[in-house]
Design a protein around this ligand. Structure first.
Ligand code: PLP
Length: 437
């Protein structure tokens, strides 16, 4: 047997056994090049994250400058590094309208989620309600790979090989308008998923529930866009029942929906928010959990002479990652990147609506918010469910467009610096392929 030395993450190794992976060598703006010199338009922003695009020298320079001073030192105990302090100030300035006051750094999105779940459990112990320990996630949710984050996630194939996961986790239905099990697709939304969340909370008893976690838009689940008032409704249910609301903004944070956060787009203030990906636009891994002042105060009030929160990674607030994030925020702010996402999002939405109109035999539905989009396909009446997305993505790859399929859905998440010409270039191959079917 030919044993490869590298085992790829979420990769069908058998399928790439002969040809090997596509090795991406460099990038610039919305484009990446492989080792053979073939250029691709990255319509997926890597993995939902290249907000400022590829190849920005400012980020490389910021990392190098910091590395020359000190590339790492412990942040445990009473130590810190300057970039992590500056970044905390900067991010909290951005997140004050979302109700956040303090930030805890980790290494990635899974770590940010894990941190939020542990803060939630400890918080209730500190305020004298130790029975509030259960966590509620949602079907189709993606929150990461560590066992806690995976436990609140809701994509069954990702979970089942690793069971048993955390007990005391429940899953509410996703607000999946296009595949709603509470009403036929032709009828208007009756908020069945919201009512079901309320039923679960009542059945479990709110005095046993610590937190509810939700992505403003479920990205990896297939860009599941909720009815506009869904988040406000579930937020209110959590408030009413004293359940902490964690917004997982790993994908939606820092401009993806055309606002700084997905929570702001939907007009809610969570108790905690989790970030990664767009915080550095992928130049170096970094995760962050933002919390409200009320949560921080509960920890400080209980303080003795030991760490209030026995949690942290060796690399929490890594100076190189924080330096990269600061340079990333310079670009996001100076170049008004979230505003560009909002403007380009209008064009994306027009493209998608036109596809639905022009190719009704193949495009089941399509939609987007900012620069996060979905196109659900049925490429032929006899095609097995779940196959259309991958087949279509492979056809797009032949035309040098990179997307990510989720079942029958092709998901879109281009760099937020994309311009109109590039957006047209990204969407034209969709029309060409659909016209040729
Ligand atoms: C919403 C959400 N949360 C958490 C994660 C986990 O992030 P990471 O892969 O950096 O651990 C992801 C990753 O895609 C995500 O989409």
């Amino acid at each position: 047997m030919n044993v490869p030395t590298r085992w790829g993450p979420y990769t069908n190794m058998k399928a790439i056994e002969d040809k090997g992976p596509i090795v991406i060598e460099r990038g610039e703006g919305v484009y990446v090049w492989d080792e053979q010199g073939k250029r691709y338009l990255d319509a997926h922003g890597g993995l939902w994250l290249s907000n400022i695009g590829y190849g920005r020298k400012e980020i490389a320079q910021a990392i190098a400058k910091q590395a020359e001073k000190i590339s790492w030192f412990s942040s445990f105990g009473g130590f810190a590094n300057r970039p992590s302090l500056d970044l905390a100030d900067r991010v909290i300035d951005i997140l004050r309208p979302d109700g956040m006051g303090t930030i805890f750094f980790s290494n990635d999105g899974s770590g940010a989620v894990e941190t939020s779940l542990k803060i939630a459990r400890q918080y209730w112990k500190l305020v004298g309600q130790p029975s509030k320990t259960k966590l509620i996630g949602r079907q189709h949710a993606y929150h990461g790979v560590s066992l806690g984050a995976l436990s609140v996630a809701g994509i069954t194939p990702n979970r089942k090989m690793f069971e048993p996961l955390l007990k005391d986790v429940r899953h509410a239905p996703a607000p999946y308008q296009n595949h709603c099990s509470f009403h036929p697709q032709t009828q208007v939304c009756n908020y069945g998923c919201v009512n079901e969340l309320e039923r679960i909370i009542g059945f479990e008893d709110p005095s046993t529930i610590a937190a509810f976690i939700a992505e403003p838009i479920q990205a990896a689940g297939g860009v599941i866009i909720p009815p506009f008032d869904y988040l406000a409704k579930v937020r209110e249910i959590c408030r009413k029942n004293d359940i902490l609301f964690i917004a997982d903004e790993v994908v939606t944070g820092f401009g993806r929906l055309g606002k700084w956060t997905g929570s702001r787009y939907y007009g809610i203030q969570p108790d905690m928010m989790t970030f990664a990906k767009g915080i550095t636009s992928g130049y170096i891994p970094l995760g962050a959990t933002a919390i409200s002042p009320q949560i921080y105060e509960a920890f400080i009030k209980s303080s003795t002479d030991v760490p209030e929160f026995r949690h942290g990674n060796t690399y929490s607030g890594h100076p190189l990652a924080c330096a990269a994030a600061l340079a990333n925020f310079d670009i996001l702010e100076q170049e008004k990147v979230p505003e560009n996402a909002a403007e380009m999002g209008v064009h994306l939405s027009e493209h998608l609506q036109q596809l639905v109109k022009d190719f009704p035999d193949f495009v089941v539905n399509a939609g987007s918010v900012g620069l996060l989009g979905r196109i659900e396909l049925k490429l032929s009446p006899d095609m097995a469910p779940g196959k259309s997305g991958t087949i279509f993505s492979n056809k797009l790859l032949e035309k040098n467009i990179i997307v990510r399929p989720v079942g029958d859905v092709v998901t879109l998440s281009p760099p937020l610096v994309i311009n109109k010409g590039e957006l047209d270039e990204m969407m034209d191959p969709f029309r060409q392929i659909l016209a040729s079917l």
